[in-house]
Design a protein around this ligand. Structure first.
Ligand SMILES: NC(=O)c1ccc[n+]([C@@H]2O[C@H](COP(=O)([O-])OP(=O)(O)OC[C@H]3O[C@@H](n4cnc5c(N)ncnc54)[C@H](OP(=O)(O)O)[C@@H]3O)[C@@H](O)[C@H]2O)c1
Length: 247
């Protein structure tokens, strides 16, 4: 079963650069799609959208978001066909990727884990009791290639790498648990490619212009990949072109 032409899509972390571009791309391809958005911020509309749009304001890094998100999803007429979780953190005003062990800071590692892992765990916990055996779902976590342990040849970026590696393990576990409970479901992590958003802004200086993608470019390529997925692809870490990356 392919996941092309979703009728309902949930986008979490909806205010982010990639999330907004993904919402716009989904609406461009499926103007009548039912959009469910979850964000710490307010609801944002999409040009050309003629379907319904429901929004939940909640901070997915907090435990209370599990109940809030579950209530929100349960109140909809149907479960989403796709769930795309875009939450992630690379830097704040005071912290960023570490070049060496000396720069590591406990609080920053914990904050990285909270945003890069718990935001995905909480949404999965919200959805889990609502899953229906006969309604296979596509779950996508935006992760990062630097979270691949096998692919790590440069070192550094301790907190981001460790938290994305933990997210990758969450995705793998989820693919196994939901694969048993809901045959036909597909759970993947995807690396969007280096995209011009707030998250990558401070690190763009050394990136060749042809390797820094616009949010619209990345969103188009991610949706291309998602439309072609089926249950057999579950449990993979994917590159933005659909190829498989090592965990
Ligand atoms: N841009 C890139 O080059 C790149 C490369 C590889 C991987 N990625 C991954 O792609 C995803 C989207 O990134 P982006 O580039 O779109 O970044 P962004 O514009 O900074 O968006 C970050 C997202 O994370 C959420 N978030 C941030 N802090 C949070 C917090 N304290 N609690 C809950 N949610 C929080 C925001 O959701 P709210 O709507 O709730 O504010 C927002 O959607 C991330 O997982 C990132 O790691 C990006």
């Amino acid at each position: 079963m392919s996941f092309a032409n979703p009728e309902s899509v949930l986008v979490a972390g909806a205010s982010g650069g990639l999330a907004r571009a993904l919402g716009a791309e989904l609406v461009r391809r499926n103007p009548q799609v039912q959009l469910l958005t979850v964000s710490r911020g307010a609801k944002e509309g999409f040009v050309g959208h003629s379907g319904s749009h429901e929004h939940l304001t909640t901070a997915l890094d907090e435990t209370a978001s599990v109940d809030a998100a579950r209530e929100f999803i349960a109140a909809q007429e149907r479960l989403p066909d796709w769930v795309i979780n875009c939450c992630g953190l690379l830097h704040t005003d005071t912290h960023g990727p570490e070049k060496s062990l000396e720069q590591c800071d406990d609080d920053w590692l914990l904050q990285s884990m909270q945003i890069n892992v718990l935001t995905h765990l909480h949404l999965a916990r919200a959805l889990s009791p609502l899953l229906q055996r006969r309604s296979p779902m596509l779950w996508v976590s935006l992760s990062a290639k630097v979270g691949s342990i096998e692919d790590n040849r440069l070192g550094g970026w301790y907190s981001y790498r460790m938290s994305k590696a933990a997210l990758n393990m969450l995705v793998k576990n989820l693919s196994i648990e939901w694969g048993r409970r809901v045959p036909g479901s597909c759970v993947v992590a995807i690396h969007p490619g280096t995209t011009d958003t707030e998250l990558s802004k401070p690190f763009q200086a050394n990136i060749p212009a042809d390797k820094l993608y616009t949010p619209a470019q990345s969103a188009g390529r991610i949706v291309d990949v998602l439309e072609k997925l089926d249950a057999e692809d579950s449990g993979q870490l994917l590159f933005w072109d659909g190829s498989v990356l090592p965990w």
